[in-house]
Design a protein around this ligand. Structure first.
Ligand code: NAP
Length: 342
């Protein structure tokens, strides 16, 4: 009988504390057996999400249910069915779902207990499978629906994307280019700015760590920002609000720069521009689109196969590298979608 390695929470982090590599214990347990109506899944890859930070924050967690000490780290993964007592899942099926940070998991396929559906059977898997957690998965779907359904860019629009060298941002920027828009990306540091221009083919890059965003927006968006795809909130959101075009659309995807600040920071100063520019600011939640995921997956896969969308996964190797992958989201050292291949 084999072993199931698991990463379990060792201690909570405090407000403002950086993610360190010693937050988890690696433990082993027997590989579980599926019961009636269940299947056993072997994890092939794990995704990462800034939301996972909240799981580590104990009582300080505002938006997500925190983990107890000793509990298995929560996270989305992809893998194949090894054993099945479930009529809808057969051995060899590829599934993306909440696996947790472990080699094997038991799933029951029951989505009725959850507030939103997240278990996705992949009918025509692309290789490598981790693409279905990133470019062809949740990151790609957030970029696809946030941009195309919420902001609805049209050819010739100027689209601004923050955390453009990050996971969702790197795909949103490419989709905007593909739709004939002028794309301005914001990223931290000259290397990331060079990367978003060369890898993603965007028009202009702003290094928010070393350049004045307000000045650069005025230079690169002389007619204003038609669409702002916001991953970071804070001062960058304010700069976008100030530079909005008439009937501009701001899509709130995430707010990584302020999300974990306690007490919560004051809101943007330039939101009056929503009135003057008859503009709209709207949030969205990718899992609300669950029933339409197959449509996004099909189109993203076509674009990927045609070379019109470049995957941006940064692959960390082995379950033991999962804390480093999570850390890299907040340290900003890596580009693209961070995934862990087991
Ligand atoms: N609404 C939805 O349904 C949905 C779905 C998925 C993700 N999200 C949200 O979308 C955003 C992007 O997610 P992702 O997974 O692709 O993450 P990501 O953008 O890859 O996040 C990591 C990057 O964020 C930037 N960053 C980190 N700390 C920052 C700070 N304090 N200020 C400014 N930038 C900072 C860094 O890039 P730089 O080096 O360039 O600063 C870092 O590389 C997140 O806020 C996430 O929570 C929302």
């Amino acid at each position: 009988m084999g072993e199931n390695r698991q990463l379990r929470l060792k201690r909570n982090i405090k407000q403002g504390e950086a993610i360190s590599l010693d937050l988890f214990d690696m433990v082993t347990a027997p590989i579980p057996e599926p019961g009636v109506g269940q299947f056993l899944m072997k994890t092939v890859a794990l995704g990462t999400s800034p939301a996972q930070r909240a799981y580590l924050m104990g009582a300080d967690s505002r938006f997500h249910e925190p983990l107890d000490i000793g509990e298995l780290m929560r996270g989305r993964g992809i893998g194949s069915v090894l054993k099945s007592n479930h009529p809808d899942y057969k051995v060899g099926d590829v599934v993306a779902c909440s696996t947790g940070w472990q080699d094997y998991s038991i799933q029951d396929g029951d989505q009725t207990r959850m507030p939103v559906k997240t278990l996705q059977k992949i009918h025509a898997p692309s290789e490598p499978l981790y693409l279905h957690l990133g470019t062809l998965g949740a990151s790609g779907f957030a970029a696809y629906y946030g941009l195309l359904d919420v902001a609805k860019p049209v050819k010739g629009d100027t689209v601004l994307v923050s955390s453009c060298a990050g996971g969702v941002g790197s795909i949103a920027a490419q989709i905007a280019k593909l739709k004939g828009c002028t794309v301005v990306g914001i990223a931290g540091g000259p290397d990331k700015c060079a990367w978003i221009k060369s890898k993603l083919g965007i028009d202009h890059a702003i290094d928010y760590k070393n350049e004045d965003i307000y000045e650069k927006l005025a230079e690169y968006c002389p007619n204003g920002v038609d669409v702002y795809f916001d991953n970071v909130g804070g001062e960058t959101l304010d700069a976008a609000l100030k530079n909005l075009a008439l009937r501009g659309r701001i899509v709130i995807c995430g707010l990584i720069s302020t999300e974990y600040h306690e007490p919560p920071l004051p809101g943007p100063r330039h939101y009056y521009n929503l009135i003057y520019k008859r503009a709209r600011m709207e949030g969205f939640f990718v899992w609300d689109y669950f029933e339409q995921f197959a449509d996004a997956e099909a189109e993203l896969t076509d674009w990927y196969k045609q070379g019109r969308i470049k995957p941006t996964e940064r692959v960390f190797k082995g379950l033991e590298a999962a804390p480093e992958a999570l850390q890299s989201l907040f340290s900003g050292v890596d580009t693209g979608i961070k995934v862990i291949e087991l």
